[in-house]
Design a protein around this ligand. Sequence first.
Ligand code: CO
Length: 510
Amino acid sequence: MTQIKSMFTTTDERMRQLLEIEGTVTHLTSILDVLFWDQRTYMPPRGIDGRSKAMAALEGTCHEKFTNPKIGELLSNLENDPSDLSLYDMALVREMRRDYDRQTKLPNEFVIRRAEITSMAGAAWEQARERNDFSLFAPYLEKIIPMKIEEADYVGYEVSPYNALLDEYEPGMTVDKLDHVLGNLRQSTIELLKKISASGYRPRTDFLNRKYDPELQIQLAHRIAERIGYDFSAGHLTRSRHPFTVNPNPGDVRITTRTYENFLSACIFSTIHESGHGMHHQGASMELLGTRLIHSPSYGIGESQSRLWENYIGRSGVFWEFWLPELQKVFPDQLKDVTPEEFTHGVNAVKPSLIRTEADEITYNLHVILRHEIERDLIEGNLSVNDIPRVWNKKMREYLGITPENNRDGCLQDIHWSRGAFGYFATYSLGNLYAAQIYAVLKKDHPDLEERVAKGEFAFIKQWLTDKIYQHGKVYTSDELITRVTGEPLNPRHFVEYATNKFGKIYGFQ
Ligand code: CO
């Protein structure tokens, strides 16, 4: 039996060559991350033209270097004779093959056409949303959908073209698996929502909308991020319109947050969310530096690491036993009449609403499921573009019990389809499901988790996640990783149990 080595085999000439090319590509790509981050934080407004061109030029260079036929030859050679390869070698070959095929299978003419259509569609979508007029965006969707099917044809798929699109964000995911998982989740969420509504309890949320100085919010964000374990010697936190994380390398992982003067939750939970992404990337083994393996195995696993901190830790009652007194020191007037329990209930309040990004932990998945079902039907030819608004509103009524008054607050609210990102939405819910499954094992391994969080202890959680998940980057596929950590493949039962238990307690039906 071959011993599994967790290092790259630089003594193998083929691996040495592959790592050399991969190093160049990965380091160049990491510069794009820094440029992207800078563009959305500190770049002066007039820098945009030059910056767009600089990034396009660098992207072109990366693409050229990565589609070099030499890589294809090395990969085939290594695939045909993998006898001396280590775990890391094999993971790198697998991931480079995946990306190499995706990039080389698309004809140049198609890539250019796709960029043109989606860039025009982006502008049309903005206008359509502003004027609340779906007919301005529909003609672009009529072009984007056949284009995505064409893309699936180039990439290759079994059963449904939607599988090829899902695979881009969640390798290995299929429409059958997803329909099963999300179908279950939809039913149990709708039932849970009925119980919540029937309970009659409405947590107070008034204190979240008092006036909070944005500068003080940012100071607090730094303290929370640092205390839960985000490493400022390998990171940076600043403000942007939409919070995000970039990962140039494990020693430089930058996060952003946002502040609203009249809504405290946005800053706190965006900060915890992005800190979760940040710690995940900071925790990748330095052995993986210079390869694409420093990243997450999939969008779903990536999102599970932010959600775990944001919702499972950050929205728990014990978290606020520790943090509310700290917040009260910073905002004494605004929070003097609030107990930790009221605060916890307030930041967990469930209320069906029209906008996905503002949704609570429970209804959020219904927003995602609705989008998944619509885009699946569009790609599989079972729904036409003109029917989107009608089907959207019908599903909103069925799942959430509310109907958008206009398309701006309905099917025009998200940017994803204008960019051609079909298959992306589902990964938001997959993140929630993976997080529940991982959290269940974390709690089993640390039965005293709640007492320790209530005392402001977080290091043991980060350590556990580093051992189980962070350090491995993309060495394991998402299926392999979730099975290694939890002993079973993706199972939505854990989320349903967690949600029923948590919200049952808050709403008093448990
Ligand atoms: Co995220």
